[in-house]
Design a protein around this ligand. Structure first.
Ligand code: AMP
Length: 505
């Protein structure tokens, strides 16, 4: 097996790798680093999670360790499709250059030009940029790209999706093809990507690593086939189903990314979850950069539990400990499914990926199953099964037996709660949480993890309900000792049993 020490990397880079805790190179690293160090072009067909970032940063740093940057003439350039990915690549550079004196600048939108200009003026060894912002700087006359010795295009397929290919071509044209080495990465090779690589890469070392995660055994996958009771209720009923799925996974779900296809739905789902007392925040391209960074940081440090995201915003994000991915929608590009579920089950950990599929998405689901060459296990719709719980107990679907069975035993609360919410359902716009919505339990654990007060709604609804629940009970209700509406002091024993059981689980 190849060792890092076999790869001819700079000793100071090796030291940093060692300190990062990496023991052996991943396949893309073992294969891409040697030709990159020889100065060859590299075409890496690999996705995030495979260690591809280090496969280009490590040789770049080694190559750049000697020499100095001149003002406004960066010595290397990394192009990334999104700001988040660019920031992540910059963090990688910080990690691996900690024992070297290399300078870098990050040129991304949503941040003021002033600081970026100052950094470029001083001269940088590594420039990490999104294409649009890079061209803005170029057009302002602040940047000369003819001295770029190494140029990296990361996640080219996403660049294509985002319409950046003309920008990329233009940027290639601003560099010197005779002195430029190109390291080019893409998860897939669409014809347009093939064309670009044929045009701008010279006899590249082509390295393809296996698709990540699709059939990975450490990710438990499942899909709920769901048909709304009425078309105009699809959104609110899907949100209710999502909450139920989250609640059923409650004990195992330390945190989750919830993917929606449209930005608008990202906002709606995040807002709805918050209303129900879940510690959730949205992230998508229309939000301010500083806001997006703050949200991501809080998701990384565990103070945010549910990140509701669009594909673009979450693309390439590396958060090692995501226990669950919920696909609120079936992605329309099959590859996105692979990217999405690859956010969980990282570094050999267990992960769970659940998806909701409405009838109009069945075609896309079939496309995904074709791509991953496996049938995603169908999960029983917990809302339906809750209604017929008695007759169906134990009749759970394949593969999810452990979780589904455990959950179905304790279905009473989510089903009570979700059945208790028809008023909220009818009012799809306001979507007020039901009084005993499942979020109670959720917000308790949210509370443990999060900085209280980050979500106004929680204070008003979820948290108050949650924290006062037991005292309400012993007082005989919410109304401070007055006669109780509902069950009052006469709590049927099966409710207590169910609750305790679940708490123990
Ligand atoms: P990437 O595919 O670049 O997004 O990397 C995915 C994750 O793998 C990141 O958290 C890296 O820090 C980590 N990683 C990269 N290379 C290695 C390695 N050789 N050993 C262990 N972890 C690694």
């Amino acid at each position: 097996m190849t060792k890092f020490s076999d790869l001819n990397l700079n000793p100071k880079v090796l030291k940093a790798i060692n300190e990062a805790g990496y023991e052996t190179p991943t396949p893309i690293q073992a294969e891409a680093i040697p030709p990159a160090l020889e100065g060859r072009d590299v075409l890496g067909i690999a996705q995030t999670g495979t260690g591809k970032t280090a496969s280009f940063t490590l040789p770049m740093i080694t190559l750049l360790a000697r020499g100095r940057a001149r003002a406004r003439m960066p010595r290397s350039l990394v192009l990334c499709p999104t700001r988040e990915l660019a920031a992540q690549v910059a963090e990688n550079f910080d990690t691996y250059t900690k024992h070297l004196k290399l300078t870098k600048a990050l040129l991304i939108g949503g941040v003021s030009f002033k600081e970026q200009d100052a950094a470029i003026d001083r001269g940088v060894d590594v420039l990490i940029a999104t294409p649009g912002r890079l061209l803005d700087h170029f057009e302002r006359g602040k940047l000369i790209l003819s001295d770029v010795k190494v140029m990296v295009v990361d996640e080219a397929d996403r660049m294509l999706d985002m319409g950046f290919i003309p920008d990329i071509e233009r940027i290639f044209g601003l560099t010197n093809p005779l002195t430029r080495q190109t390291l080019f990465f893409s998860a897939t090779m669409a014809p347009e990507i093939e064309r670009i690589t044929n045009t701008f890469l010279s006899a590249p070392a082509r390295i393809e690593v296996a698709r990540q995660a699709t059939t990975s055994e450490n990710i438990t996958q499942g899909v709920v086939m769901f048909k709304a009771s009425r078309r105009d209720r699809e959104g609110s009923e899907k949100r209710k189903l999502l909450r139920t799925l989250i609640d059923l996974e409650c004990d195992k779900c330390t945190n989750a990314i919830i993917f929606c296809n449209r930005k608008m739905d990202v906002d709606i789902v995040a807002k709805s979850l918050k209303k129900y007392g879940y510690n959730a925040s949205p992230i998508h391209g229309d939000l301010e950069q500083s806001h997006r960074m703050k949200t991501l940081d809080s998701f990384r440090d565990g103070s945010l539990r549910f990140l509701v995201a669009s594909d673009v915003a979450a693309r390439g994000l590396d958060v090692p400990n995501v226990s669950h991915v919920f696909n609120f929608d079936v992605p329309s590009h099959a590859e996105d499914y692979v990217h999405r579920i690859g956010r969980t089950g990282r570094a050999g950990r267990d992960g769970t990926a659940m998806m909701i599929c409405v009838p109009k998405d069945e075609k896309n689901l079939a496309g995904i199953e074709r791509l991953v060459q496996t049938e995603i296990p169908r999960l029983e719709n917990p809302l339906k099964s809750a209604k017929s719980e008695k007759t169906k107990d134990g009749d759970t679907e394949k593969k999810f037996t452990g979780r589904t069975r455990r959950s179905s035993k304790s279905d009473s609360k989510p089903s009570e709660a979700t059945d208790a919410a028809p008023a909220a359902q009818a009012d799809a716009q306001t979507e007020a949480p039901a009084k005993d919505a499942p979020a109670e339990r959720q917000s308790k654990s949210d509370n443990r993890r999060s900085n209280a007060g980050s979500n106004d709604n929680r204070g008003k609804s979820g948290d108050n309900r949650s924290s006062s629940r037991s005292s309400n009970r012993s007082r005989g209700g919410r109304d401070n000792g007055k006669t109780v509406v509902g069950l009052g002091d006469h709590l049927p024993s099966f409710i207590a049993l169910s609750f305790e059981e679940r708490r123990a689980g």
